[in-house]
Design a protein around this ligand. Structure first.
Ligand SMILES: [Zn+2]
Ligand SMILES: [Zn+2]
Length: 117
């Protein structure tokens, strides 16, 4: 419940390390928190994204409109990640790999965030 509560209050996806830091005072094992996050992701309550640095970042799946993943902006300097509104990608018919057609992909836009740019 504490893990879900943290995810409910954050605006942007956070890593397991950031989650562990936020719940530091409660004295839980980081491995337990990691299992929780993975279980929630498995159950579809939480979405996990990899920016390409092999660190999973987690966020709550919010409502039915959020079922197809929204894109994320990733800062190439500080590694910060922001949620972006849902956009529509138009693909020529038959040109896209199966994962794209089935929407099992992540869309990341890269650049400098306001603080770094
Ligand atoms: Zn930045
Ligand atoms: Zn997001």
């Amino acid at each position: 419940m504490a893990v879900l509560e943290v995810l409910r209050t954050i605006e942007q996806p956070i890593s397991h390390g950031e989650m562990a830091a936020r719940l530091d005072q409660r004295g839980w094992e980081p491995a337990t928190l990691y299992r929780n996050l993975m279980d929630f992701a498995e159950a579809g309550l939480v979405r996990r994204s990899d920016l390409g640095d092999h660190v999973w970042r987690f966020e709550l799946v919010r409502g039915a409109h959020d079922a197809s993943a929204h894109p994320h902006f990733v800062c190439t300097a500080c590694g910060g990640m922001e949620c972006l509104p849902v956009i529509e990608l138009v693909m020529p018919r038959g040109k896209a790999p199966r994962a794209v057609r089935q929407r099992r992909v992540e869309v990341h836009l890269r650049g400098l965030c306001d603080a770094c740019g």
